[in-house]
Structure formats: C-alpha cells, structure tokens
Design a protein around this ligand. Structure first.
Ligand code: URA
Length: 268
C-alpha cells in the first residue's frame, strides 16, 4: 500500500509542513517518530560530542559559496543573452536555480505596457498574483491601480505617456508571503537589471523595501521614500508599498505627495 505521503502533491505537502512549523517543529530529524523513553541509556555527553578521528573536515560552507557563484553566473548569462522582453521572460522562467520556483503555481513576469515612461518595481507575487500569473492583482494591486490612476497613469493605457509597466524583484511567490531573502534577491538581480534595460523607462518607482534592497543596496523605506535617487542608471523614487498603505491609511498622505513628484517629473 502507498503511504499517504507518497500520494500527496507538492502543495498539500507544503501546507502540512507549514502547519507543523506553526506548531513549533523547527528541525527535521527522522522519517518516523521515535520513543526516546524506550531507548537504551545514551552515551555520556563528552563521548557523543567528540567526532570520530576519521570524520571528514566540514566542507559545506565553501561548497555552498561556490554554488551561489554558479547560480549568479547562470542568471547573468541567461539575462544578458536575452535580446528582448519575450526572450528575457522565457529565460527567467526557465531558470532552475531558485527554489521558490518549485513552490510557486505561476511565474509572474510583468504587466502593463512595456513602452511606458514609468516602470514600477514591487517585491514579489503574493497569493493572488501566484494564482493569476500577473503582478499586483490582489488588494494591494487594486490600490496601486487607483493611486496611479489619480495621476493619469494606467497599466492598460496603450500610449507611453499615460501607461504604466509593472514588475517585481522576484517572479515567484515566497512561501507564506515571507520577505525575499538576500540570496533570492541577488539571484534575480541580473534578470531585473536586464528587464529595466530592455523596457528602458524614463523613471522607476521602487515600491517598498525589497526593490530598494535590490536596486539601491539599502532598506529603510520610511526614510528613503519621497527622495529621488538613481537606480539602474535612471531616476528612481522609493515609495511605501500599497500593502503598507492598506495597513496604515495615515501614510496615504505622503504617498500622494510622492505620486505628485512622479507626475511633476514626467512634466505633467
Ligand atoms: N506585492 C508586490 O510587491 N507585488 C505583487 O505583485 C503583489 C503584491
């Protein structure tokens, strides 16, 4: 008979694992539970902690560093070889070194009009974006659409002057919507850099901490927001993320001031 684990699909297995972690399990030890009361008396601690003389020296750290270098080099090669946005999307979707890909339902590349003068860079897909395969389609995305509509920009506009182009630092949803980690950001940065080069916007909006970490190498969005800087060799304005604005409506006033900055910079 097949074990229940063997019948389980990836998403069910992940949901089970997340539940176990919420219950406090923090370390995988073995396939089956062990009744430690029934075990023979353990060896004294000193004897347990001394590795046998023949034990190999630890090699994990250097190997991991080498793997990271390879993953970055592979990302750079794939991104740099992409001649247009369609090729870049294909190359990024095919990139197999980011574990987030295994847990995601969809690859989320971009939305809107690539000819737009304004490119918005968000953090990573959430649940709704993962289901739909498009960035910013959940509640935060709807707020983002309303915010930019207020200065006359829309992702559905056909002309570059009033259009918006939207992407994220990561194209795959992190489990449980956790923050992207620095390795994931570093791995996706060559793709994001090429994405900006190919779309060639006049200015960039960095929505939240993750795009600031990726593009500016720093975090602290409440300090950075509203101050023009340079990212990917063009003007960039950090703004608070619409998800933050949903939780902190009082911050919408500052976000409005930032949107007016964007409008003024576009000359409108
Ligand atoms: N938040 C983001 O940063 N990006 C999305 O696509 C959705 C929510």
């Amino acid at each position: 008979m097949q074990s229940p684990a063997a019948e389980m699909d990836f998403h069910a297995a992940r949901a089970l694992l997340e539940w176990q972690m919420e219950m406090g399990a923090d370390e995988p030890i073995g396939e089956a539970p062990v009744n430690r009361y029934a075990l023979a008396v353990e060896a004294p601690k000193a004897a347990r902690d001394v590795p046998p003389a023949s034990a190999a020296p630890p090699t994990e750290a250097p190997v991991r560093r080498a793997e990271e270098v390879d993953r970055l080099a592979a990302a750079r090669r794939a991104a740099d070889a992409s001649a247009d946005l369609a090729a870049l999307a294909t190359a990024q979707a095919a990139y197999d070194h980011c574990d987030l890909k295994k847990g995601a339902r969809n690859f989320v590349f971009a939305d809107g009009n690539p000819a737009a003068r304004v490119m918005v860079i968000g953090e990573a897909p959430g649940r709704d974006e993962d289901l739909e395969g498009r960035p910013f389609v959940g509640r935060a995305g709807q707020l983002l659409d309303r915010m930019f509509a207020a200065i006359g920009l829309s992702r559905t506009a056909p002309d570059a002057e009033t259009a918006l182009y939207i992407t994220n630092v990561l194209p795959w949803r992190p489990p449980g919507n956790r923050d992207p980690d620095p390795q994931e950001i570093a791995m996706m940065l060559p793709f994001l850099t090429r994405h900006v080069d190919l779309a060639d916007p006049d200015l960039i909006v960095l929505m939240g901490n993750t795009p600031c970490a990726a593009a500016l190498g720093t975090r602290g969005i409440l300090r950075l927001r509203g101050k023009w800087t340079e990212a990917f060799a063009r003007p960039a304005l950090p703004m608070t993320h619409p998800a933050y604005l949903l939780r902190n409506p009082a911050a919408k006033r500052e976000a409005w001031a930032d949107l007016l900055e964007v409008k003024a910079r576009l000359g409108g």
